[in-house]
Design a protein around this ligand. Sequence first.
Ligand code: AMP
Length: 286
Amino acid sequence: MSLVVVNEIKKIREIIREYKKQGKSIALVPTMGCLHNGHKSLMEKAHSIADITVASVFVNPIQFCPGEDYDKYPRTLEADKIVAQEAGVDIIFAPSVNEMYPNLQKFSDLTMVAPPYELTDIMCGKSRVGHFDGVETVVTKLFNIVQPDFACFGMKDIQQLFLIKKMVRDLNFPIEIIPCPLVREESGLALSSRNKYLSDEQKKSALSLSKALFSIRDLYKAGVKETKKLFDTGLTNLDKNVELEYLEFVGYNTFKPVENITETTICALAARVGGVRLIDNIVLEV
Ligand code: AMP
C-alpha cells in the first residue's frame, strides 16, 4: 500500500472508519516530525503489530514553554514521508495548528488533560512547566481522532511514556501502549530531532551524556547500588561544556526517587549543550 498524507480530521476519520468496518487493527505513532531512525523503529514496530500504521507529524505548540524552540523546530515533511514509507507507514496525519486548535486565541481557553502534579514536578516537568499537560492533551486528541488499538512511544522520553501509560489507565482509553527501546547513534548519542542544532564541537560534548550514563551502568553492574555514588561517577564523566539540568534515579514502575537500587530503576538526565536541551536515560535492571 502506498503512503497517504492526510491533513484534515474529517478525512482521517472517514479513512479509519472504513478500515474499522473491514475489521483492521490500527497502530498510531505520534511524532513531531524531523524523523530519524528512533522514530523509524517505532513505526516499524507499529507496522509489525497492526494492519494499518498511522504516524502523526505535528509540532504541538501547547507543549512548548515560552522561550523554547517552537518556531525554529525543524519541519521536514518531504523527508519525513520517505522515512515513514520505508518503515511501512500507511497514513501520515499532518494537521495544521488551526485544524487541531481552531480559532484558539490563547491556550488557557482550551480544555486540557493534566497529569498529577507530583509526577510532573520532577525531572523534565520541573523546568518545562505545563509541558506534559500539552503532551497529554494532544495525545488525547490524537487518540480520539485516530482511535488506534495500539500506540507506540519511545523510551527516549521516559517520563512521557510513564505519564501516557498512566493516563491511558486512569482515563480508560481502550488502547495498548507499546514502549519502544531508545535508539542511539553508533557513538552512543541518543537520536533526537534536536541533534540537528548541534555543531560538531557541541556534538562531541553531547557524547559525554551517554558516556556518563554508561559509566553509571558499568558501576552498577560491578555491584554499586547506592545512587549517590552512581550520581558522583556520572558527574565526573560529563564534559565541561555540558550544563546539567538534572540526573535522577527513579523507580521504573513508580517514578519515585530511588536511593538504593532494589527495584528496576531509570537513571535519566537532561542537560544543555550550547543552549540545546537534550535528554537521555538508561534502565538499571534488578
Ligand atoms: P518526538 O518527535 O521527539 O516528539 O518523538 C516522537 C516519538 O519518538 C516519541 O515517542 C519519542 O520517545 C520517540 N523517539 C524520539 N527519539 C527516539 C529515540 N532516539 N529512540 C526511540 N524513540 C525515540
